[in-house]
Design a protein. Structure first.
Lengths: 353, 398, 85
């Protein structure tokens, strides 16, 4: 069975994650409930004629994928697989508001087309003229992991040698206001946020796009190998430890083999308890990392986490700003990522040197 | 030749019936489900025709025994009905007994609720529960919850080919041994959002849709949900399960031509069919019936027809028909309901008529089957294409 | 007529988000599609909405747009002859 290597990465996020080394310019701003993207110079990647109809998410997806391709030193791929929780939500908002405000009259197609979930994957394919396999997953917090799992299967089954896989989500003003109303976003009154030891509900939100070139061959640009990805819709807090142990054991690993654990703490005390449970017990002696204080929460924030973990394996350095405890290891060979959102859509991703 | 992945259960709800049996009867008795829209108030009500499920949301709530505090969208309700039928049809009593997954598909998910309450959320606290309906995975998660399924749940959204892709992923998950059992399919309820979206693209017909007809004017939108249960051969053997048919081939490709339109020569469609033949090990001449995508837009039928001619070259294109004159184009559910129709075609040895066809298209000599035809059906090919150049082909075998 | 042409150029630039194009860049007889301004079928649908919303002209078949939207000249001529507002 073929192995799957991360051979190139590209990340656009609420931090400066392009034109930088590795989070050295990252800022933890705990006085905001919604973080916004630091945009690259889009014109360097997309011609104005091409970008004039593109949603924010499409542009970020195109830039992040271009960065990943360049990083992996490849020009094209056999397949493009993306994940997104809400797609290009700004255009969805725009089209829906136009329908409601103008009583279904004088509507134009552009925002409708952009609102289709597979727009990002389709636009990348159009740009690269990539006629291969093209899937888009939209299932909350496992949208990106579904794409990653699919890509890994494609490589294992010999259906593709190189795949562009990514996770993209954008914020939309009205949707964020609805999320605030629904209690998903942390209330301003609970600021400043203490993501790791939060006692209030609601998460710090964000947006971003991260892409990876996965290939079956290891080469000089290789970051890490993707060992396994697992998705579980529902888990009780009491089941989480056993679930992880079982996942590790199918990969012939145990807790002590894990050199770093990346957890999706987002400041929502109600569901961060899943992370607390394992961080305080099974993995108490393992270096632990967190990232949503930098990226914000969004359905595909875990793609930011994979970007970070891949970088750590390649550089063997952990930026201080992402350390959740003070434990260190002489080498970071195997990293486990665990994510969930509001106690649903759990994912486990294992990568190694 | 690979054996293909076993289909052991099916469930469906569409404008031509609330069960597999009702859908089949409608198909062989020419009972179409296209009419004026009733459940959604839209200014286009007198101009468009749709394939609407003949049940109000209240009736669906009652049928599913949902509590008053439920936050099910119409899409989630029809999805749950179809998925429950499929699980029952497959004789599954203990859903988490094997490694069981749910791979769903939708284009706009719970948009029907979002558009209904969009500006009212701030004024009416009791509506806030519906905000969650907008999440792409909401439909799948509600179905999983209703089935008490705890394992792998995900959703594919590649516009009108979505459900073909969920069936494809399900078959691959079984083949690679990652799961033992997968419930695959898709659901899409009608929404003002979609109606107006297609309206702006000017591809909605004001009349009954006429696939592959020279005077075709566009599509009728529809709503539906269908799910199939795929199981590993180990379970089939162990439990002595009845296999309804098998998923023997699948392929997905991208047209990489335009955001919404298909290329002149149907590159994506051609590549998707070619891959499906490679996976199945079948030759094009072995196909007995093609359930075409056939949306009846000028662009789709021309592009798809050309792709078929490229696949068949000098050979005769097998009997083909689009079932969209019956159901309308049900978007992300289309490939799932047409998968159910393909399995029924294999089980009953029939080719469904392509209704409303009158005149052959001037660009080529392709004529769909226009009347019900009985003949032995071993293999059915089903096409589904979506925006973003997404092209998928499935092959079902006896 | 001259004013209408200027108005159309402005509308096209803003509606279609043609950031790097100015009114001076569009000659009255330049083709709007293909080799000229490079507009495509989705832009045509946007232009159909401009006809409807701003000039009260309803097109039913997108194909009708082909001749009307050949250039600013043809578009202006069609609008002056058929406008209802």
């Amino acid at each position: 069975m073929n192995k799957t290597y991360i051979n190139g990465v590209g990340c656009i996020s609420t931090q400066k994650t392009f034109d930088t080394v590795f989070l050295e310019e990252a800022i933890y701003d705990n006085n905001k409930t919604v973080l916004t993207i630091i945009p690259p110079v889009y014109k360097d990647y997309i011609s104005p004629a091409a970008s004039r109809r593109m949603a924010k998410g499409v542009k970020n997806g195109i830039v992040a994928s271009a960065l990943a391709l360049r990083d992996a030193k490849v020009e094209n791929v056999d397949a493009i697989i993306t994940g997104t929780g809400l797609g290009c939500i700004e255009d969805s908002e725009k089209f829906l508001k136009n329908i409601l405000d103008n009583n279904e009259e004088f509507l134009t197609p552009t925002s409708f087309i952009q609102s289709t979930h597979n727009t990002v994957g389709a636009q990348i394919a159009l740009n690269l003229q990539c006629k291969g396999y093209n899937f888009t997953y939209v299932n909350g917090a496992v949208s990106f992991e579904s794409a990653l799992l699919d890509a890994k299967m494609q490589i294992e089954e010999n259906d593709a040698n190189s795949i562009l896989v990514g996770g993209i989500d954008e914020t939309g003003d009205y949707t964020i206001s609805l999320f605030k109303l629904a209690g998903r976003v942390k209330d301003e009154s609970n600021l400043p946020a203490d993501i790791l030891n939060s006692t209030s509900s609601g998460a710090i939100y964000g947006e971003g796009g991260a892409f990876f070139v996965l290939e079956k061959d290891k080469k000089e640009t290789t970051y890490a190998e993707v060992l396994d990805v697992a998705i579980k819709n529902t888990l009780d807090i009491s089941e989480i430890e056993d679930e992880i142990a079982a996942f590790l054991s199918t990969n012939n690993l145990q807790v002590s083999d894990i050199d770093a654990l990346v957890l999706g703490f987002n400041g929502n005390a109600d569901s961060d308890i899943y992370y607390k449970t394992i961080s305080e017990k099974a993995f108490a002696a393992t270096p632990q990392l967190y990232y949503k204080h930098l990226s914000g929460e969004y359905d595909t924030a875990s793609a930011f986490a994979l970007w970070m973990a891949a970088k750590i394996i390649k550089t063997q350095e952990i930026p201080e700003i992402v350390k959740a405890n003070s434990i260190e290891k002489p080498a970071y060979k195997t990293i486990l990522l665990y994510n969930q959102l509001n106690g649903k859509n759990h994912s486990f991703t294992l990568i190694s040197k | 030749m690979a054996k293909g992945v076993a289909i052991t259960g099916m469930g469906i709800i569409s404008s031509i019936g609330n069960s597999v049996e009702e859908n089949y009867i409608s198909l062989i008795e020419n009972k179409i489900g296209i009419s004026r829209i009733k459940n959604i108030s839209t200014i286009h009500a007198d101009v468009i025709k749709v394939g609407e499920i003949d049940k109000t949301n209240e009736e669906l709530v009652a049928e599913l025994n949902l509590n008053d505090d439920n936050n099910f969208s119409r899409t989630a309700m029809i999805g749950t009905i179809a998925a429950k039928q499929a699980v029952e049809n497959a004789g599954i009593t203990s859903i988490n007994e094997f490694r069981t997954g749910l791979i769903s598909a939708t284009s706009v998910g719970g948009m029907d609720m979002t558009e209904k309450h969009y500006y009212d959320y701030f004024k009416h606290p009791e509506l806030v529960k519906y905000i969650a309906c907008h999440d792409g995975g909401d439909v799948a998660e509600k179905i999983a919850d209703q089935l008490s399924l705890k394992g792998m749940v995900t959703t594919i959204s590649t516009a009108c080919s979505s459900a073909a892709n969920s069936i494809m992923l399900g078959a691959r998950l079984i083949k690679t041994g990652k799961l033992d059992r997968v419930i695959v399919g898709g659901a899409d309820g009608l929404a003002k959002f979609t109606i107006n979206g297609f309206k702006t693209l000017m591809i909605l017909s004001d009349d009954f849709n006429k696939p592959f007809d020279n005077e075709r004017k566009g599509l009728n939108l529809g709503e539906a949900a269908a799910y199939l249960v795929l199981e590993s051969d180990e379970i089939v053997e162990k439990q002595n399960k009845k296999v309804l048919a098998r998923v023997s081939g699948y392929g997905n490709a991208n047209d990489a031509f335009h955001q919404t339109a298909s290329s002149e020569n149907g590159d994506g469609a051609y590549l998707a069919m070619k891959k499906a033949f490679e996976v199945s090990g079948l030759k094009p001449s072995q196909i007995d019936y093609i359930n075409v995508h056939g949306t009846a837009t000028p662009n789709n039928d021309l592009s798809e027809g050309r792709a078929l001619l490229r696949i068949y070259q000098d050979e005769k294109v097998p009997d083909f028909s689009s079932t969209k004159p019956f159901t309308g184009h049900t978007l992300a559910a289309a490939a799932a309901i047409e998968a159910v129709y393909s399995v029924l075609a294999i089980q009953n040895n029939v080719v469904y008529p392509n209704l409303n066809f009158e005149n052959q298209m001037e660009e080529f000599e392709l004529q769909p089957q226009t009347a019900l035809k009985n003949k032995n059906i071993e293999h059915v090919l089903s096409n589904s294409f979506g925006f973003g150049g997404n092209c998928s082909t499935l092959i079902f075998s006896k | 007529m001259e004013a209408l042409k200027q108005e159309l150029k402005n509308k096209i630039i803003t509606t279609l988000n043609l950031e790097d194009i100015t009114i001076e860049d569009i000659a009255d007889n330049d083709p709007l599609f293909g080799d000229g301004l490079g507009l495509d079928s989705i832009d045509a649908l946007e232009l159909i909405v401009i006809l409807d919303k701003d000039y009260g002209i309803k097109l039913v078949d997108p194909k009708e747009g082909k001749t009307i939207f050949q250039s600013i000249e043809s578009m202006a001529a069609y609008i002056s002859a058929n406008r209802t507002k």
